[in-house]
Ligand binder design. Structure first.
Ligand code: C5P
Length: 218
C-alpha cells in the first residue's frame, strides 16, 4: 500500500510518440516508447489517483485500474486531451508530439517513384500550449522538454511560452536516460524558475519524485 496522497485526485497523462502518416505505411515519428508516461501512470495509481493515460502505439499494456485511451497522431491526441481536460486535476504531457506532419496524406500506398524528393510539411498543434491557455487556475499542468546540450534555457522558454506550472528538462544525450531507457535523469523547473535536480534513477522513481512535487504544490 502506497502513500495514498493522491486519493481523490484525477491525473491525466499523455505518453509515447505521435505518428504523422504520409500514407498507410510511412510516417514521421520519434523514438519515444512511452515508458516515462507509463511510470507516471503506475506511480499515480499507487498513490490513490484516478488515472487516464492517453498513449501512442506502445510495446506495453495499460496497467489494470488505469483508463487507457489510444491515439496515433498529434491531431487525435489534441482532441482527446481537450475532451479530458475538464476531468483532470493534474495533467502531465510526457508524450513526444511530432512538431510537423506531411502536408498531404494519401489513402493509397504511394509507389516509391511517387515519393517527392522534398516532402512538403505542415505544422501540428501545440497541444500543451493550448491546454495552458484554457486550463483552470487550480489545475496543475506539467510538461516535458527532451533536450540536448543546454537543457535548462530551452526548457525555461517552453515553460513560460506554454504557460506550464512546471517542466521536466530531460537530457536525451546522456547514457541510459531519456528515450527508450528504463532510467532517466532531469531537472524539474517550477513556474518561479526554481530548479530541482533529479539524479539518474528509474523512471518509476522519477515519477514519484514528480508527484512529491505535485503534492507539495496542490
Ligand atoms: O516538443 P517540445 O520540446 O516543445 O515539447 C515540450 C512539451 O510540449 C512537452 O510536454 C510536449 O508533450 C508538449 N508538446 C505538445 N504539442 C506539440 C509539441 C510539444 O503538447 N506539438
Amino acid at each position: 500500500q502506497g502513500k495514498q496522497d493522491l486519493t481523490g485526485k484525477r491525473v491525466l497523462i499523455s505518453a509515447g510518440g505521435t505518428r504523422e502518416y504520409l500514407d498507410p505505411v510511412r510516417f514521421i515519428g520519434n523514438p519515444s516508447t512511452g515508458k516515462m508516461g507509463l511510470a507516471l501512470a503506475q506511480a499515480a495509481l499507487h498513490r490513490g489517483a484516478k488515472v487516464t493515460l492517453v498513449h501512442c502505439p506502445a510495446s506495453w499494456n495499460v496497467p489494470l485500474g488505469v483508463k487507457g485511451i489510444s491515439v496515433i497522431s498529434a491531431a487525435e491526441m489534441q482532441q482527446v486531451m481537450l475532451k479530458q481536460l475538464g476531468n483532470a486535476d493534474i495533467i502531465i504531457m510526457s508524450a513526444a508530439v511530432a512538431d510537423v506532419k506531411p502536408r498531404d496524406y494519401s489513402a493509397e500506398k504511394l509507389p516509391k517513384c511517387a515519393l517527392p524528393e522534398n516532402l512538403p510539411l505542415a505544422p501540428v498543434p501545440d497541444i500543451v500550449a493550448e491546454l495552458g491557455k484554457i486550463k483552470q487556475p487550480q489545475q496543475l499542468l506539467i510538461g516535458f522538454a527532451a533536450q540536448t546540450g543546454d537543457i535548462i534555457t530551452p526548457a525555461k522558454e517552453k515553460l513560460q511560452r506554454k504557460k506550464l506550472d512546471a517542466i521536466v528538462a530531460n537530457p536525451i544525450d546522456k547514457v541510459d536516460s531519456g528515450f527508450g531507457s528504463e532510467n532517466n535523469q532531469a531537472v524539474l523547473i517550477d513556474k518561479a524558475g526554481n530548479e530541482r535536480e533529479i539524479p539518474h534513477c528509474s523512471k518509476l522513481e522519477m515519477a514519484h519524485y514528480l508527484f512529491d512535487f505535485v503534492v507539495g504544490n496542490l
